[in-house]
Design a protein around this ligand. Sequence first.
Ligand SMILES: [Zn+2]
Length: 74
Amino acid sequence: MKQQRFDIDLDKHYNATVVIACEECGRETRQHLRTILPDHPLQCSCGADISMAAPDIQKAERQADAIRQSYRIH
Ligand SMILES: [Zn+2]
């Protein structure tokens, strides 16, 4: 299975945003984590597939949790 490259950002309300790097053009697409559905087609503006599979989304959620913990949110 293709592993998507992504980073996690938290906004000031601690909503997780996933920044997905396109393998084709290198452009970064930002999408709220909670709006990403497993295997739901997501496209870069160049047309490349940047969908995230369920394991990618779980990994993203774990990363977002780790960031929240590092901010000491209770
Ligand atoms: Zn692209």
